[in-house]
Design a protein around this ligand. Sequence first.
Ligand SMILES: Cc1ncc(COP(=O)(O)O)c(C=O)c1O
Length: 387
Amino acid sequence: MDVDEVRKSFPALASGLARFDGPGGSLVPRQVAHAMAAAMGAGMCQRGSVAEPDRLTEATTVGARAAIARLLGADPRGIVFGRSMTALTFDVARTLSSGWGPGDEVVVTRLDHDADIRPWVTAAERAGATVRWLDFDPATAELDDVRPLLTERTRLVAVCAASNLFGTRPDVPAVVEAAHEVDALVYVDAVHLVPHAPVGLGALGADFLACSPYKFFGPHLGVLAAAPQLLETLQPDKLLPSSDAVPERFELGTLPYEQLAGVTAAVEFIESLGGMAAVEAHEAELLGRLLDGLADLPGVTVHGCPARRTPTVLLGIEGLVPAEVTSRLAGLDVIAPSGSFYAIEASRHAGLGEDGGVRVGLSAYTSAADVDRLLAALAEVSRSASP
Ligand SMILES: Cc1ncc(COP(=O)(O)O)c(C=O)c1O
């Protein structure tokens, strides 16, 4: 991957800012913006096979399902689009929990983003089911073993493929194997992993996998992937006249066709880079440079040290609250936001409270020069903070 070439596709980089805010939403390549604008101008209205506009709308929808299916190694008939990963997860939780009752159990982790916790906790409470919490080691940010929490009453395990706070990549196939031994379903929040590594629904073994295209160069919407055979067994709330087919059964209202065109363009952009494996290799090299540099910076603490991780690093500077660090970095044209990033349980469990830390995320468009600018800026902020 030639990062200088890659960077030319991102109009936002013309600002000259060094951007480390990708985990909150990646920058968008020109190709995606153009595809969305073209789709809006194409007169799409409703799916169908008779008139040309309807066929275009149909092809756009089917094309986006096929693109996501390629990216996630999934069946296009099991790709559901929704407003966001959060909205889709609430929908699935409501649907699944209609079959839960007192005595049933649900496992959530303290490492996850709240979007993969609260929908399950809320649904379990309404159904009278029990919530069991899988903890993590605050020193390493590694998840504990799930097995002691599983029983024959476990209905579902919700786990992230990567932590958006510490970058931890839990051993999802091991969680899936253990959960399937007790016939529990596994819902994987892959929002933070899909932008950084090849992810396969089949390879993980998960029953459900959720992600968000705006984290991987696409527009703001959410995706749920599952085997169509599993989706066939579920009855979500839906309108009477809307399609009962799978995956349409799960898609409330009219789909955002221009965004679907953007999703296809985003996946094609990733493919043009050589796929997520090429992005992962690029980011791994830069992550090494970043972590080496951080280790040499006095006054800078890196929170968590997971063995397998994404290139997302949470840090703090002695003597400054994270928001102040973010503000001083912004003054040096380096963008690295701070907070708990909705992984509020994780932030509290790690002793970082509501303030969290400063989150530095590398992306396909990050250059070695960006990393060096960040390290120099952190050194300057750290120096200015020391008495
Ligand atoms: C790990 C993780 N899960 C879930 C979400 C929520 O995704 P969405 O904004 O599509 O609801 C985010 C968003 O930041 C995230 O980082």
